[in-house]
Design a protein around this ligand. Structure first.
Ligand SMILES: NC(=O)c1ccc[n+]([C@@H]2O[C@H](COP(=O)([O-])OP(=O)(O)OC[C@H]3O[C@@H](n4cnc5c(N)ncnc54)[C@H](O)[C@@H]3O)[C@@H](O)[C@H]2O)c1
Ligand SMILES: O=C(O)C(=O)C[C@@H](O)[C@H](O)[C@H](O)COP(=O)(O)O
Ligand SMILES: [Zn+2]
Length: 353
C-alpha cells in the first residue's frame, strides 16, 4: 500500500492500494472512534461496492446508514444536497459521527459539501471509485454543487479525514469514464511534470496505476499545501477548466467533466501558441496525447457561447478572468484576460484546427 501525507488545515493520509475497500472499517477506526457512519453513494456505485464497505465498517464497530442518489452530474445540485442534509438529520447524525463518500467526483464533491455545512462541519472520508476521483477530486478539499448558472458555483473548502483509494475498484470503469481521469492526469503533466506527460502520451502510465495516482496526488498535495484556498498557485490546477467548464455546462452535462477538460486543454494550448506564450508544437503534442487516450479535442459550440460561459469562472475578479496558459509541457503561467478579450481568445483557439 502507498501512503501520501497531506498537511493542510486538516492533516490526513491518502492510502492507495489493491483491495482497500475491505479495510475501510479498520483504517477509519484508526482515526475516528467507532460511531455512526453515513455512507453516501450513487446508484451505480451502490450496486458495486456498498455492501463490501458497509460490512467492513460494521465489522469495525460503526453503525452504518446509507443514502443513494441517481448516478451522474445531473444529481450534483441543491435538490440532492438538501436530501442528503435531511437524511443526516433524520438519522440523528452528530458532530462525533462521520460521512463516508463512496464514489466518483460527483459523490465526493457533494458529500464533502454536505459534511462542511451539516451542523457546521462533521468529519468525512473520501473513497474514490473513478480514476478521476483517485487522481484529483478526492484530494484537496474543494467541495461543491452546480447551480443553474454554472459549475461548482456553491461550495466550501473542507478537507477529508482520510482518502482511501482501492485500485481494484477502477477495474469496473467503462473506458470513457476511465478516460475522464486521464484528462486530469495529462493536466498534471502539462502543469509540472514532463515525465508524467510522456507516460500518458505513450500509455505507459497504465502499467502502474498506483504509481500514477501517487504522482498526481503528490503534486496536488504540494500545490494545495502552498495555497489551500485557491488565491494563487492552486489556480494552476484549473488548467483547461475555464473553457472546459463552459463546454460541460453548455452540453447540459452530456459531455463529462473529464471530456470537457480535454477539449479545454486543447483549446487553451492553441490559444497560448497563437499568443506566443507557448512553444510551437505544444498544442499538437497535447492533441495527440488526448486522442491516443480516447479523449475529444474539439466542440461544435460557438465562440460566443463558450466565451459567455467562461464569464462565470471563479477566477474572475471584476472585469478580468485569470486564465492558465501552458508555456511548454511541465510549465504554465497564470495571466489575467479582460472579459472583452475572451471572445478573441476563444476565436483564436477554435480557428487553428
Ligand atoms: N473537488 C475537486 O477537486 C474536483 C476535481 C476534479 C473533478 N471534480 C468534479 O468531479 C466530478 C466528475 O467526477 P467523475 O468523473 O468521477 O464522475 P462521476 O462521479 O459522475 O462518475 C462517473 C460515472 O462512473 C460511475 N462509477 C463510479 N465508480 C465506478 C466504478 N468503479 N465502476 C463503474 N462505474 C463507476 C458513476 O456512477 C458515474 O455514472 C465533476 O462534478 C467535477 O466537477 C472535482
Ligand atoms: O483542486 C483544484 O483546485 C482544481 O481546480 C481541480 C479541478 O480538476 C476540479 O475540477 C475543480 O473542482 C475545479 O475547481 P473550480 O474552482 O473551477 O470549481
Ligand atoms: Zn477538474
Amino acid at each position: 500500500m502507498r501512503s501520501v501525507k497531506v498537511n493542510t488545515s486538516t492533516e490526513y493520509d491518502i492510502l492507495i492500494g489493491k483491495g482497500l475497500l475491505t479495510q475501510v472499517g479498520k483504517e477509519v477506526s484508526k482515526r475516528v472512534a467507532p460511531c455512526k457512519a453515513a455512507m453516501i453513494t450513487d446508484s451505480k456505485v451502490d450496486s458495486l461496492f456498498s455492501a463490501t464497505v458497509a460490512l467492513s465498517l460494521a465489522d469495525a464497530g460503526f453503525s452504518v446508514c446509507k443514502f443513494v442518489f441517481p448516478q451522474g452530474e445531473g444529481s450534483k445540485n441543491i435538490g440532492t444536497l438538501s436530501e442528503i442534509l435531511e437524511f443526516l438529520a433524520e438519522n440523528e447524525m452528530t458532530r462525533q459521527d462521520i460521512i463516508i463518500a463512496l464514489g466518483g467526483g460527483v459523490v465526493g464533491d457533494m458529500s464533502g459539501f454536505a459534511a462542511a455545512i451539516y451542523q457546521r462541519g462533521i468529519k468525512f472520508v473520501q473513497i474514490p471509485t473513478t480514476f478521476l476521483a483517485a487522481v484529483d477530486s478526492s484530494v484537496g478539499g474543494k467541495t461543491a454543487i452546480d447551480l443553474k448558472a454554472g459549475k461548482n458555483l456553491a461550495g466550501a473548502f473542507y478537507q477529508p479525514k482520510l482518502v482511501l483509494c482501492d485500485t481494484n475498484a477502477l477495474l469496473t470503469l467503462p473506458k470513457e469514464v476511465f478516460a475522464d481521469g486521464v484528462a486530469e492526469t495529462l493536466k498534471y503533466g502539462v502543469i509540472g511534470d514532463e515525465k508524467l506527460f510522456h507516460k500518458v502520451e505513450s500509455l505507459e502510465f497504465m502499467q502502474d496505476l498506483e504509481e500514477t495516482i501517487e504522482i498526481c496526488v503528490s503534486m496536488k498535495r504540494d500545490i494545495v499545501m502552498r495555497d489551500e484556498f485557491d488565491n494563487g498557485e492552486r489556480q494552476l490546477l484549473n488548467l483547461g477548466h475555464t473553457l472546459g467548464h463552459s463546454i460541460e455546462k453548455l452540453s447540459n452535462f452530456t459531455i463529462s467533466h473529464g471530456h470537457a477538460v480535454a477539449i479545454g486543454l486543447h483549446l487553451i494550448a492553441k490559444a497560448a501558441e497563437a499568443k506566443g506564450i507557448a512553444e510551437c508544437g505544444l498544442a499538437e503534442r497535447i492533441c495527440k496525447a488526448l486522442v491516443k487516450n480516447g479523449l475529444p479535442i474539439q466542440t461544435d459550440f460557438s465562440v460566443r457561447q463558450i466565451a459567455q460561459g467562461a464569464f462565470m469562472d471563479k477566477k474572475r475578479r471584476g472585469g478580468t478572468i485569470s486564465f492558465v496558459f501552458p508555456e511548454k509541457i511541465g510549465k504554465c503561467r497564470i495571466e489575467k484576460v479582460p472579459i472583452e478579450e475572451v471572445g478573441q481568445l476563444v476565436t483564436v483557439a477554435m480557428k487553428s484546427r
